[in-house]
Structure formats: C-alpha cells, structure tokens
Design a protein around this ligand. Sequence first.
Ligand code: PGA
Length: 252
Amino acid sequence: MRKQIAAANWKMNLTVDKAETLLNDILSANVTLHEDQLAVFAVPSPYLQMAQQKTTAEDYFIAAQNCYSKKSGAFTGEVSVEMLQSLNIKYVVLGHSERREIFLESNAFLAEKLNLVLEYNITPIFCCGEPLSIREAQTQNDYVAKQLEESLFHFSADDVQKIVIAYEPIWAIGTGKTATSEQAQEMHAYLRKVLTGKYGRDVAENISILYGGSVKASNAKEIFSQQDVDGGLVGGASLIADEFITIIKSLK
Ligand code: PGA
C-alpha cells in the first residue's frame, strides 16, 4: 500500500533557534501516525544534523532540500548524497520548481541526481508541475508527463517505486492560489495513468503522489481526501506549528 505523506518544505527560512522551536513544537504534539502514514521535514542543510538528532519518533523523517549529481569533489557549495547518508538522512527533495526555474535544473540533470540518490538508498521526493502559461494553454498534461519521462522512465519497475512524486503546479506555489481538489485529482490520476502505461497498474498504484501549492490547515483534508492524492508537500504553512500539525492530522 502506498504511503500517505505530509512533507514540510522549509525552503530558505528560519534561523537555527526558530527552526529548533518549530520542530520541537510539532514533534511534541505527538501526532500518532498509522502504519502507512509519515511526516517529513525538508530543512535547510545547516540544520540537517540538529533536526535529525531531534527526530527520533518512528514515521517522522528529515529530508534535505537538494543534493548534487556527483559523489564528491570540487563542487563548492554543493551537498553530496554521501554527506546525507553519513547523517542518516533518508529523504531528499529533488527538482523543486524553484531549483528548476532559478537554478535552471533540467529533466536530464535531475535524472542524474535521481540515479545517485537511489544508489545510496535515499528516497527522492521528485517534484514536477507546470508554469501558469502552460496551464493557460491547457498543455499541462504533456508538460508534466515529459518531466516524468525524461527524469524517471529509465528506471526499472523496482526502482521507480522507490520514488515519491510531488505534483506542484507553479502557479499555486506561494501564491495562495491552490489548485482545486478536482484539478489536483485530475492531474494525479493522469500521472498515475502515465506511470501505468510505462510500468503497469500494480507499480503505479504503489507510488505516492503528493500535491503541493498553497496547502494549508484549512484545505489539506479536502485535497488529501482525493483518491490519487497521497498527502502534500507544504511550504508556507509548514512554518507554523499548528498549521502543520493539522496538516499531518489531515492525512488519509
Ligand atoms: P507553498 O509551497 O505551500 O508555500 O505554496 C509549496 C512548495 O513550494 O513546496
């Protein structure tokens, strides 16, 4: 059965004291998760170790927000998969639209990162999603399918099931403009269909597809209740303890 996941994406926010307080506040709420549910916190790199040490509860995990495509070497400023593994980090967000748009990460480059991350047994949360112009032209299905094809479709059926997908329409990120639950379900069902076409139904049914883009306490339950939506990747609302606690509790 695929996992239902509440993933926080702190992005480049919070000082260490605030990060610690936020994590303490959320963890001390002790929200009990069912066997098929988990919570993940994608924290800024300098806080990975602190967050990892604090997060001892089963089913609560720390994630990196990015990593590089090479194992080690002269890549000033980058974070390696080996470093993440040495900190016992189990998740990493890859291909967030901010990485794609600001740092020009391509589907092919992300495929290289995914190869390395899986080699190290770290679970990638692979983000996809279309910009507003593509949604307005109603070509979002082809656009997002291509992101999957070019970054994921070289994997075997066994390996592709180790990947978590996050669908994040760029026009809904940080804008307060959430996709309606119908729009989210429609795209998630489509992505599952694309995965089914390549890998078959059993494999596609095993892959968690999170929704991201202005998820908050007040809309999480409705969005997560959609059949093909397996939780969310949450930016702004994950910086407020009560909001994120409610979001975790909204998992189906
Ligand atoms: P948001 O960000 O929840 O602030 O819209 C989501 C994301 O970028 O992952």
